[in-house]
Design a protein around this ligand. Structure first.
Ligand code: GTP
Ligand code: SPV
Ligand code: MN
Length: 585
């Protein structure tokens, strides 16, 4: 086999040897090392067009394409996702564990000759601002042109990545094999800085820079550092008086991070500016006793359904060029993408599978757009900064039709971490399985935390206690439903009213009301100017409901117990104090 294509990797012996080892194992016919150039990108696109792997979209979608995935490869597969270590206790009850040597032997044998007749794309990528405490480099070997193309959008690919690989790097392999749904493996070897995924080309399984590296491996590495690795969006808020605030928000998959990150202030809030740092993943480090957040990613992999000019104007601007749409429907007349929520369904439509006769939604509920972050019109200038954005506020939240108020504030760091740890939310189409079932998803990290979450809770508390000014922690819920089955809170741009209250709390400008679960706004503290929400309904979603909270505390208890002795004592204490406040109310 001619390995000249990887000669460039010889500057790091380990990098070269690993790449060589896996190429010799997988036996691809061709080797392409990507440098992230436009020529490479265009070449990949033309090959994919020729092989009918992409459909070119019509204007106004410039240089944009539709990709239809295999019908069994449309979302993350958590059952097949493993953290492989020596000690099972290290990964805890929320992860699938496998012995690292056994799993590696098994997967290496599956990889034998798996790329025969194919091309392997070698994708060096850099996460985070360059030459910064956030920089982390990796290299992905994939036989999927779709994966290679997507990586070129969501991460910084090429020489800038290689420059960061002189010492450390994460090595990843994605072999799509025959996409056999019964034999998918999404395996993480944090102690070996290694990722191996087989039989999937789906984003969260196969774009290894994203969930696999930037969340699971990075969280494993961060546990021993002054660093938090979170499934959080992050924005800079500039108030009319010019003051700037940093906010991060953790919401489970398909539950509002991208939309909150892209918030466009409504008419009544024209003086406010919301600048985006990240929409899905935020890395946080401590500098001068201050928490600072940055985005490891370079592009969006966002949910398409529900996105339109009213809900997310800035996203609609961003996705009009250089975008790959996955599993959206297609208007056959204009060759433009369509999804539920984008107005009236076109007459001449093909669903996500290319069919004209269908009964289910036309777009897959987990249809997504992949777009460069630099096209986002309101990107924060701090996105590029090696220092990150100073953070003042954490939001935790999820989809809950009942009980959980629009917003409430934690009394302390420990109480805030408990609120995060107690997060339960409806499951969504982002992960294979039933949708709409309430599941524990602490800090929206249950599918992404690469180690024992009992330790993770402790780690978050320790980091937050090191700050000179503690971040304020809030729980939010945009998804309360009224008797008519409709959302009570208008959400999207109007969520700025809740952000505003959080900032008012930060500055001590409003008092709120103390309830057993935390501080909720007095009804007049939520600015309702220009908003048409029934006052009774608003009162309802700001109120504390004793019976429901007793049930909630009961429901979360077995989950906390599943961590056994490892769950920090202070967290149990916080739980019982909350319980006492609720029961004696
Ligand atoms: P991942 O990329 O899967 O991690 O998801 P995400 O948290 O970024 O979710 P996203 O913002 O893409 O939202 C998912 C779905 O929720 C979309 O269909 C949105 O339209 C909808 N959504 C987001 N924010 C709101 C809101 O404030 N109110 C309502 N009703 N729906 C919302
Ligand atoms: C999620 O599921 O939380 C996503 C999409 O952001 S994926 O990258 O596929 O995981
Ligand atoms: Mn996500």
């Amino acid at each position: 086999m001619n390995l000249d294509a990887i000669n460039e990797l010889k500057f790091n012996e380990e990098l070269y040897n690993k790449t060589k080892e896996y190429i010799e194992l997988m036996q691809p016919d061709n080797i392409v090392l990507l440098h992230g150039t436009n020529e490479e990108y265009n070449k990949l696109v033309s090959e994919m067009l020729e092989k009918k792997e992409l459909i070119k979209l019509g204007l106004p979608y410039e240089n944009s394409y539709l990709y239809r995935s295999d019908k069994n490869d449309v979302a993350r597969t958590e059952e097949c996702t493993y953290i492989c270590t020596k000690d099972e206790r290290e990964v805890g009850p929320t992860n699938n564990w496998a012995d690292e040597d056994e799993m590696l032997a098994k997967l290496n044998s599956m990889l034998k000759g798996v790329m025969r007749g194919r091309t392997v794309y070698i994708v060096p990528y850099l996460l985070g601002p360059r030459n910064s405490p956030f920089s982390s480099a990796g290299i992905e070997l994939t036989d999927s042109r779709y994966v290679a193309l997507s990586e070129m959008i969501i991460a910084k690919v090429g020489d800038v990545a290689l420059e960061h690989m002189k010492n450390d790097f994460i090595f990843g392999v994605n072999a799509t094999a025959n996409l056999d749904p019964a034999n998918k493996y999404i395996a993480h070897f944090p102690r070996k800085s290694l990722l191996i995924t087989i039989n999937s080309a789906y984003g969260g399984n196969a774009l290894l820079s994203k969930k696999n590296h930037a969340l699971r491996i990075a969280s494993y590495q961060a546990k021993d550092k002054d660093m938090l690795v979170e499934h959080m969006m992050c924005i800079e808020i500039i108030a009319p008086d010019g003051k700037s605030y940093g906010l991060t928000g953790a919401f489970p998959s398909a539950s509002g991070k991208t939309n909150l990150a892209m918030l466009r202030p409504p008419q009544a809030y024209k003086g406010w500016k919301i600048k985006l740092i990240s929409d899905d993943i935020t890395w946080l480090v401590i500098k001068n006793k201050e928490l600072r957040g940055a985005n490891p990613e370079y592009g969006f992999f966002g949910v398409a359904p529900g996105t339109n000019e009213q809900t997310n104007y800035n996203a609609m601007l961003t996705i009009k060029k250089n975008t790959i749409f996955t599993n959206v429907a297609l208007d056959k007349d204009s060759l433009t993408p369509w999804w539920e929520g984008l107005g009236e369904m076109p007459k001449n439509i093909e669903n996500w599978r290319g069919e004209t006769n269908f009964t289910e939604p036309a777009a897959h509920p987990n249809a997504r757009f992949t777009s460069p972050i630099t096209q986002y019109p309101e990107l924060s200038d701090k996105y590029f900064s090696a220092e990150g954005l100073p953070i003042n506020i954490f939001f935790f939240g999820g989809r809950r039709k009942e009980l959980i108020p629009l917003v409430f504030e934690a009394y302390s760091i420990e109480h805030g971490v408990l609120i995060g740890a107690m997060l339960r939310a409806e499951s969504t189409a982002a992960s294979v399985g039933r949708v709409g079932v309430i599941k524990n998803d602490p800090m929206a990290m249950r599918p992404f935390c690469g180690y024992n979450m009992a330790d993770y809770f402790d780690h978050m508390r320790n980091i937050l206690r090191k700050l000179e000014r503690p971040v304020k922690i809030f729980n939010v819920n945009w998804f309360r439903v009224g008797e008519n089955g409709k959302f009570i809170w208008p959400g999207f741009g109007e969520n700025i009213r809740v952000i505003r209250w959080a900032i008012d709390r930060l500055n001590g400008d409003v008092g709120g009301v103390e309830t057993p679960i935390g501080i909720v706004p007095k009804i007049e503290e939520i600015d309702m100017q220009g908003l048409n929400v029934d006052k009774n309904a608003l009162e309802k979603i700001l109120s504390f409901e004793k019976e429901g909270w007793i049930n909630e505390l009961n429901a979360v208890k077995p989950f906390l117990e599943s961590f056994g002795e490892r769950l920090p004592k202070w967290l149990w204490q916080e739980y019982y104090e909350l319980r006492e406040r609720v029961e004696s109310y």
